[in-house]
Structure formats: structure tokens, C-alpha cells
Design a protein around this ligand. Structure first.
Ligand code: E4P
Length: 218
């Protein structure tokens, strides 16, 4: 399972990269705005800064919602750095853009996916990644994990190569459950990854080992 961090914050990205288990970064316009990154030049520069911090894929989202606009923006984003993956919303022109980029060998991440039908369309159009938003489904009392399981089943039925990128991950249990379901990738906050570290018996065990060592060596 690949681990992506879902943020545009350079300090958090560096911290995750330093842990040694990071495979990439996902951003979206809201995450960029949260970091105060505004204006086209600054936004493009920030994507390059992120690429220079991590070894792995960096999803950069288009703002246009029409085919021509998405193609123009996506090509500009892809030209920024070889690690860039163009993030395209699951709308009608987005599906056309996914196919266009797939034919051109430009990698894509289809975002805002909330149903198996949408995931099927994204795979048919040749998306590199599909991003089902499980946390946002949970927020409206719908089973986000069931969507991951259903997409896995459909993709395996037809051996689609599109990777399932479980997005809108909110906590560590989401990461573990997505791993059990065979999600190819997870993207979430640093806390959801660092939460995998913790177990009280590890802390108690280490404390005892060190205490016993100190008894014999002091
Ligand atoms: C990732 O690609 C998505 O943009 C992100 O995971 C959305 O997460 P949120 O629902 O926590 O905003």
C-alpha cells in the first residue's frame, strides 16, 4: 500500500518524508488556500517546492471545469515536474480530459468520486488513480469503506490498472481498514500515518527493557 500525505504544508510533508515511508502527496484547492498559497505563479511554484521535497507522485488539481480549460491547465501542471499527477474532477468534461491525458501518457488522479459507477468511468477513461472520498461519505452516514470494497471488486473483475487511492481519510483506523480491503493507496493527514506507530504495550515493553538494562549496567 502506498502512503500519500494529504496536505500542502511543507513542514508536514518534510516530516512525513523524513519518516521514510512516504510515497507521495495529494493537494486540492482548499488545502492550498489553507496554507495561504494564492495567485497562479505562487501556486505553480508551491507544486515544484513540494516535488523537490518528496520522492513520489504529487497530485495538482485543475481549476477549470470545461474540457479545453482542463487540458490547457493539466498540460501546464504536468510540464512543471515529472512527479506531477494531474487531478481532474469526476464530471463529464473531466472524463473526456482523463481519456485525453491517458492517450498522451500524462498521469491523472480522478477526484471527487463517491460511487462505483464514477470509479468505473474513471478506469474506462484510463485514470492512473481514482480517489473515492470515504471520510466525506462517512460524514453523511454512508459507508465509505463499502465503496472502497465495491471499487476493488469491480476493478479486479476486469483487471483495471487504475489504482484505488482512498482519499478523505480522517484517522488511523481508516488506513488499516483500507489496507484490509486492498486499497492501493491511502492519502490522509500526517496523524493518520503516525497513528500506526502507537501501541501501549510497545511503550510499556520498551520502558521495561531499558529499566532492566540500566539495573545491570549502572
Ligand atoms: C484528496 O485527494 C482529497 O482532496 C482529500 O482527501 C479530501 O479530504 P477531506 O474530505 O478531508 O477534505
Amino acid at each position: 500500500m502506498k502512503f500519500f500525505i494529504d496536505t500542502a504544508n511543507l513542514d508536514q510533508i518534510k516530516e512525513a518524508q523524513d519518516l521514510g515511508v512516504l510515497d507521495g502527496v495529494t493537494t486540492n484547492p482548499s488545502l492550498m488556500a489553507k496554507e495561504g498559497i494564492t495567485g497562479r505563479e505562487n501556486i505553480l511554484k508551491h507544486y515544484v517546492d513540494i516535488c523537490n521535497l518528496v520522492d513520489g507522485d504529487v497530485s495538482a488539481e485543475v481549476i477549470s471545469t470545461d474540457f479545453d480549460g482542463m487540458v490547457k491547465e493539466g498540460e501546464e501542471l504536468a510540464a512543471l515536474h515529472e512527479q506531477i499527477v494531474v487531478k481532474i474532477p469526476m464530471i463529464k468534461d473531466g472524463v473526456k480530459a482523463l481519456k485525453y491525458f491517458s492517450d498522451k501518457g500524462i498521469r491523472t488522479n480522478c477526484t471527487l468520486v463517491f460511487s462505483v459507477g464514477q470509479a468505473l468511468l474513471a478506469a474506462k477513461a484510463g485514470a492512473t488513480y481514482v480517489s473515492p472520498f470515504l471520510g466525506r461519505l462517512d460524514d453523511i452516514s454512508t459507508d465509505g469503506l463499502q465503496l472502497i470494497a465495491d471499487i476493488r471488486l469491480v476493478y479486479d473483475n476486469y483487471a483495471f490498472e487504475t489504482e484505488i487511492l482512498a482519499a478523505s481519510i480522517r484517522h488511523t483506523m481508516h488506513v488499516i481498514d483500507c489496507a484490509k480491503l486492498g486499497s492501493d493507496v491511502m492519502t490522509g493527514p500526517l496523524s493518520s500515518i503516525e497513528g500506526l506507530l502507537s501501541h501501549p504495550l510497545t511503550d510499556i515493553g520498551l520502558e521495561k527493557f531499558l529499566a532492566d538494562y540500566n539495573k545491570g549496567n549502572n
